[in-house]
Design a protein around this ligand. Structure first.
Ligand SMILES: [Zn+2]
Length: 307
């Protein structure tokens, strides 16, 4: 235990740049959470955009048939609209008041981010409850982040307020494209993060070292690889090393898992509705198109999450 904890905090110090930018003290504490293995299951299906009905949590109120008046034959449900409102794709919402979002149950909160898409939180709770029956303690150390949350993370690195690899990027990398590419190793440009969708969770630790170099971390990772798909989750950012490996996008993140039934939907909608004219309002946005962040990062994900 002691050796694992010391290793986790050391590895965590090294990975401070990961995924949610600058984790809060709670996230650091949560990342040192201890866990062990189990199993259960749900199935997911995917079809082309126009055929597919939106996932349950996505049906817009307009699709809800009005409650039947007493004795009246049930009204035909209106055809489901398959459109995801742009604000959900770029994180321009307030999760505390949005009907698609819910608060993560307290016992699974492992950081300062507490909101998630309803369907994704439900599926995570099912997975975590079964894991708990076998002694694993799953915690969400990061979840939904709004556009403005991500803007703060991004601009703190852009301006040198947050060091990246021990450097102040505003002086170390004056070229906007080079600076953006450096930040993009682990942090998304505002408007392009899957954490905006509420479907993606960082589980237990924010560094790969914990999942590869500690016994508990390895057991948890093996369990997630073997079981997360049963709950609809997949690892979005897998290794970029080796034959046939992913060539574009963020570096590998063993902690970042995504709920496909909703995220697939959003990913298909994203390039249709989000053009580079939408990715503005933050420092460094001018580099978005030259880097082609939509193709290389939003769509630069693991085969497991794309098939
Ligand atoms: Zn993440």
């Amino acid at each position: 235990m002691t050796s694992g904890r010391t290793f986790a905090s050391l590895a965590l110090a090294l990975a401070l740049a990961a995924c949610s930018g600058n984790p809060t003290p709670e996230e650091v504490a949560a990342a040192q959470a201890v866990i062990t293995p189990t199993s259960a299951g749900v199935t997911t299906e995917t079809a082309s955009l126009d055929e597919q009905q939106p996932p349950a949590g996505e049906a817009t109120p307009a699709d809800q048939p009005p409650p039947e008046a007493a004795g009246e034959p049930a009204a035909e449900p209106a055809p489901a609209s398959s459109h995801v409102d742009l604000k959900y794709l770029i994180g321009d919402i307030d999760p505390a008041t949005d009907p698609k979002f819910t608060r993560i149950p307290q016992k699974y909160i492992g950081g300062s981010r507490v909101w998630g898409h309803k369907d994704a939180v439900d599926a995570f709770v099912r997975m975590a409850e079964d894991a708990a029956q076998n002694g694993y303690q799953l915690k969400i150390v990061s979840s939904f982040r709004s556009f403005s949350d991500q803007k703060r993370i991004w601009e703190d690195k852009w301006t040198g307020k947050t060091l990246v690899g021990g450097r102040k990027l505003n002086s170390a990398l004056p070229d906007p494209k080079a600076r953006a590419l450096k930040i993009l190793e682990y942090s998304s440009m505002p408007g392009t993060s899957r954490h905006h969708w509420g479907t993606d969770f960082d589980i237990n630790a924010l560094d790969n070292g914990y999942f590869t170099n500690t016994k508990d971390g390895r057991k948890l990772y093996d369990w997630l690889v073997g079981h997360a798909a049963n709950y609809g989750f997949c690892q979005v950012y897998d290794t970029k090393k080796g034959e046939g490996a992913r060539k574009t996008g963020y570096e590998e993140e063993k902690w970042h898992w995504s709920y496909r039934p909703v995220a697939d939907w959003y990913l298909r909608q994203y390039p249709i509705d989000v053009g580079y004219e939408r990715l503005t309002g933050f420092q460094g946005s001018e580099a978005a198109q030259s880097i082609d962040v939509i193709t290389n990062y939003v769509q630069g994900i693991s085969a497991e999450c794309r098939q």
